[in-house]
Design a protein around this ligand. Structure first.
Ligand SMILES: *Cc1c(COP(=O)(O)O)cnc(C)c1O
Length: 401
């Protein structure tokens, strides 16, 4: 394989929307990937929280192979057993009674925004269409989800944004209380943890207070669990940590174990606002991706949710090792925070050079919010892998500081 030619053709033929690293990835197994020129890497990016079961997990691969031989796609004008089965598993393990399938996180959030507006108009009153989201949030790149994203840098050049969105600081219940206007507000949209925004974890009682506030004002609570869902935080969905239930939840990233699928979940009452003709997706929930998602969920849930329990333990192990590095280097590291296997290490300097140096040493790691190293290994990660990865991180931090 001509790596140089692939890199050249990449910049020649692909739109220039990513700052890509000069690696051509060809193969993956578990938490490791290999390049076209056969270099091996420990993967702590995991497709940005997508590969929850690692690369090419047997159950997911087999499910895709079997389904591909039987039926890849049919229109949502018809039923398929596998789509219904996936919806049933999601309902049985969440607050929700109804599911709509789409293809990505942004799309799931579009659906959530549409559902909230329609619910409010149908069941509450025509004037209520405003959605309150958080500053520093991330909900996707389509116009609705981008309008709900509380970071100007993602919106720059695409203005005007859609009408009907306002923003409050995350983890500030007083600000939310002030912002909610029962005549105008139809929903609050929040991430359980602001992941893209630098792995910001709210205080333990924040979501309880948000729930209470929403209940008292008749406003819907929508949680964007696109990144925190699917066991990532040590519960199947992160809201389960907080002792509350949302009215609407969005999923994508890890849901299909690597294939593009998104989902919008809601209570029966809220879901009634969608009737035939109000929302749709050609590919949404097609048999191929649903088969992969069923295999992923079943694997996470089998043996009494062993994998999620494992994620919790590995999260603690990772956290302890990150804290040990921080103790040794307080002049470099500001903070360690996260839940389960979504952990962030905030540095006093930009982390791009750290990411590059880690790559040279065989570790793929992501940087978010400029100075936060984000650790997103697959849930199947083992102590050895964490040791290997963090040895590299510690060494690189020591050398570069
Ligand atoms: C990644 C992400 C999205 C966007 O998902 P896409 O599949 O890229 O559209 C939305 N919300 C959150 C919290 C995310 O992490």
């Amino acid at each position: 394989m001509d790596v140089k030619k692939i890199l050249e053709d990449s910049s020649k033929y692909l739109m220039n929307t990513y700052t890509r690293f000069p690696l051509v990835l060809r193969k993956g197994r578990g938490v490791r990937v290999w390049t076209a020129d056969d270099r091996e890497f420990i993967d702590f990016v995991g497709g940005i929280a997508v590969n929850v079961l690692g690369h090419c997990h047997r159950n997911v691969v087999t499910a895709i192979q079997k389904q591909a031989q039987r039926l890849v796609h049919v229109s949502n004008l018809y039923h398929t057993e596998v789509q219904v089965k996936l919806a049933r598993i999601l309902v049985e393990h969440s607050f929700a009674q109804k599911v709509f399938f789409c293809n990505s996180g942004a799309e799931a959030n579009e659906g959530a925004i549409k559902l909230a507006r329609r619910y409010s108009k149908e069941k509450v009153g025509a004037g209520r269409y405003e959605i309150i989201a958080a500053l520093n949030s991330f909900h996707g790149r389509t116009f609705g989800s981008l309008s709900a994203t509380g970071q100007k840098k993602f919106q720059a050049g695409f203005e005007p944004m859609l009408e009907g969105f306002s923003f409050v600081p995350f983890d500030d219940i007083g600000a939310l209380k002030q912002a909610i206007d029962p005549r105008k507000t139809c929903a609050v949209l929040l991430e359980p943890i602001q992941a893209e925004g630098g792995v910001k974890v709210p205080s333990p009682d924040y979501f309880k207070q948000v729930r209470e506030l929403c209940d008292n004002t008749g406003v819907l609570l929508m949680l964007d669990e696109v990144q925190t869902g699917m066991g990532r935080t040590g519960e199947l969905f992160a809201y389960k940590h907080f002792g509350i239930k949302p009215d609407i939840m969005t999923l994508a990233k890890g849901l299909g174990g690597g294939v593009p699928i998104g989902a919008l979940l809601a209570t029966a009452d809220v879901a009634e606002a969608f009737v035939p003709g109000t929302h749709a997706s050609t590919f949404g929930g097609n048999p191929l991706v649903c088969a992969a998602a069923v295999a992923t969920l079943q694997t996470l849930l089998e043996d009494n949710q062993y994998m999620i329990e494992h994620c919790r333990r590995m999260g603690e192990y990772l956290r302890a090792r990150l804290n040990a590095i921080k103790e040794k280097m307080p002049e470099v590291i500001v903070d360690i925070r996260g839940m389960g296997l979504l952990q962030g290490m905030e540095l006093r300097r930009p982390c791009a050079p750290i990411v590059k140096a880690c790559m040279e040493r065989g570790l793929l790691i992501n940087c978010t919010a400029e100075n936060v190293l984000r650790f997103l290994p697959a849930l199947i990660v083992k102590e050895d892998d964490i040791d290997a990865a963090l040895d590299i991180v510690a060494d690189v931090l020591e050398r570069l500081s």
